[in-house]
Design a binder for this molecule. Structure first.
Ligand code: THU
Length: 163
């Protein structure tokens, strides 16, 4: 018997002002795009921006549905958009922010489990890490250096290819 451990390093900034200019711009854009979210049921408005390796930006927001499970998170909305608009291009970074009717947006939120799985799929596909920038409308900002760090002991397509 043995015990394994998993450890990862992420960077915590006190506020947006401490970020590199390009990352700050991505978070500003994620904050702003929350106003385009369609979230009439949760009143939890999420925005995500991707920067592609060709420098282009795309945005996504959560899209809810009266049949709740049909709703989709901002992260997966923008992952799909990236795959359609820039097929074959790699995603360099994703910024994520939110606004909520219930509480002040002054801390980061991080992607849900399904979105982590989708981020990992894209990362495996492009064989380049996706940087993830997390922040509320104000407050501290986290920089995760690779999506894979958010999903240890993950299930991947490699399992399906094993004979
Ligand atoms: N949501 C996102 O879009 N991204 C996240 O990282 C967490 C949750 C959405 C799903 C749903 O529309 C609402 O936020 C409340 O869960």
């Amino acid at each position: 018997m043995k015990t394994n451990s998993f450890e990862f390093t992420y960077t915590v900034y006190e506020s947006l002002e401490e970020l590199e200019e390009e990352d700050a711009a991505l978070l500003v854009a994620a904050r702003a795009v929350t106003s385009q979210a369609y979230a009439p049921y949760s009143n939890f408005f999420v925005g995500a921006i991707v920067k592609m390796d060709n420098g282009e930006l795309l945005s996504g927001t959560n899209q809810e549905n009266a049949s709740f499970p049909a709703g989709i998170c901002a992260e997966r909305t923008v992952l799909s958009a990236a795959s359609v608009v820039y097929p074959g291009a790699a995603i360099n970074s994703m910024s994520i922010s939110f606004r909520s009717a219930a509480s002040e947006s002054k801390h980061p939120i991080s992607p849900c489990g399904i979105c982590r799985q989708s981020l990992l799929e894209q990362e495996k596909r492009q064989q380049e890490p996706i940087r993830i920038i997390l922040g509320g409308q104000t407050g501290p900002v986290y920089l995760i250096h690779s999506a894979s760090h958010l999903l240890p002991i993950s299930f991947t397509g490699e399992e399906l290819r094993k004979s």
